[in-house]
Design a protein around this ligand. Structure first.
Ligand SMILES: Cc1ncc(COP(=O)(O)O)c(C=O)c1O
Length: 338
């Protein structure tokens, strides 16, 4: 495959195959391979009208040994089940999800970016209500599919500090809403505020808790973390997505002899952190140089704004090292595909 691997963005790129499976009459059918990018569905499908859909995002990496590694795909399977339970989708069994991920990556193996390019294969599972309903109720038919594409860094700067804008005039999710699930409605609700931040020159937004605007929730499509006094601190909130990357970083921080605190984090506490960052499959670890609260006229700055801090750097190198096989995977997070 002849692609400009080092300059890939985070964009749709056609690959050879996707895999699909239909839930009908109360059971899942066969996993099918398709090279078609389109999906014919009924115009009354519940995913189109009522947002009855969930998606996932995970990655495969090439190692120096030429092998392809998947990172924690069982966790994505489990999270998709939680999303399905939250909005009444048919649940995709963990085994089916994992089989489908492994199959679609193997089928598109020559799209897995080579080791050392900084790129990876992004895997996008999608579960949608395809049965028609005109009343607000769950569909009887569902489609589960996965497509893949090689991607570069989500934030164009890569592993360099970015600036973030505090969002005070939108919420991506209600206090008792669906923010903890990976469902499309949360992302539709976030688009306006993210665009506004981009237009003002920020990489993304920092959402505050919807009830009081007192605590930090998360950063656009990534969780927030802060480092101080040898402690990794990350918000606890019902309206943020439980990030698999964040959980992995917590384990890594503990293994490095740090403390970990998962608790409500007040916005004002930002002033006390030595380093802060955003983390997620797409964002990997994106260091944050500045968080700007325009309404209150406060700017929180971290480090020199040019280089990532030492703890963030160590966490990043360890995570990426495990993902591409440079570091020992003592947690058993990766699966090598044949
Ligand atoms: C809103 C949101 N928060 C956090 C994350 C990070 O989660 P993960 O590390 O599992 O990719 C994502 C991406 O999946 C996201 O969309």
């Amino acid at each position: 495959m002849n692609l400009d691997w080092k300059n890939l963005g985070f964009n749709i790129l056609k690959t050879d195959y996707n895999v699909r499976c239909v839930f009908k009459d109360g059971k899942w059918g066969e996993l099918e391979v398709s090279s078609e990018e389109y999906l014919p569905i009924h115009i009354g499908a519940t995913c189109l009208h009522y947002g009855q859909e969930s998606f996932e995002g995970l990655k495969a990496f090439s190692g120096q040994d030429g092998q392809t590694r998947l990172f924690r795909h069982e966790e994505n399977a489990r999270r998709m089940i939680k999303s399905a339970q939250g909005i009444l989708l048919a649940e995709v069994p963990v085994e089916l999800f994992m089989e489908a991920v492994e199959k679609v990556v193997v089928l598109n193996k020559h799209f897995v970016p080579p080791y050392g390019t900084g790129a990876s294969l992004y895997i996008r599972p999608l579960l949608i209500g395809t049965g028609p309903e005109v009343g607000v109720r769950a569909a009887k038919e569902y489609t589960f599919l996965i497509f893949v594409m090689p991607v570069g860094p989500y934030f164009k700067t890569g592993f360099k500090p970015v600036d973030m804008l505090i969002c005070r005039d939108h919420d991506r999710a209600a206090p008792l809403g669906t923010g903890h699930l990976k469902v499309g409605g949360n992302y539709a609700a976030s688009m306006g505020s993210i665009l506004e931040a981009h237009n003002k020159g920020y990489a993304s937004v920092v959402y505050l808790d919807a009830r009081e605007k007192k605590y930090i929730d998360e950063c656009g499509p990534a969780n927030f973390f802060g480092i101080k006094n040898n402690t990794y601190v990350t918000p606890k909130s019902h309206s943020i997505l439980p990030s698999i990357t964040n959980r992995s970083l917590q384990d890594l921080a503990l293994s490095m002899g740090m403390k970990v605190e998962v608790r409500p984090v007040e916005l004002e506490e930002l002033a006390t952190f030595e380093e802060v960052g955003a983390c997620g499959t797409a964002a990997v670890i994106t260091p944050i140089g500045k968080v700007v609260d325009e309404e209150k006229n406060i700017t929180y700055s971290f480090g020199d704004g040019i280089d990532p801090g030492p703890v963030t750097t160590k966490l990043y190198e360890t995570l990426v090292g495990i993902q591409n096989g440079d570091q020992d995977d003592s947690f058993g997070w990766t699966k090598i595909l044949d």
